[in-house]
Design a protein around this ligand. Sequence first.
Ligand code: FES
Length: 103
Amino acid sequence: MKRKIKSLSELADLRKRIISNRDPNKPVVTICIGTGCTALGARKIVEVLLEEIKAQNLNDRVEVKETGCLGFCELGPRVILFLRGYHTLKSSPKMCLKLSQRL
Ligand code: FES
């Protein structure tokens, strides 16, 4: 169900709800699939990362999220691993395999 956010306090409440539902010990890999990053190969990175997570049987231990433009598109594809503060610019499938070893 989509709901329109009508005020800053509703946005703050939504943020609190999302954070409280998240396991703070579960890494979240966020991959930008905005136009720029997609043009630079982000979809292949998502595919390789999901395959590797499955191969390592990490499905329950890591969350992969696709997101819109994070800014600095020229440095894409951008990948961020929340939990360990790992952030890659100009990412590649090979870099994501290395990233998966840090999960
Ligand atoms: S499209 Fe990925 S940072 Fe802009």
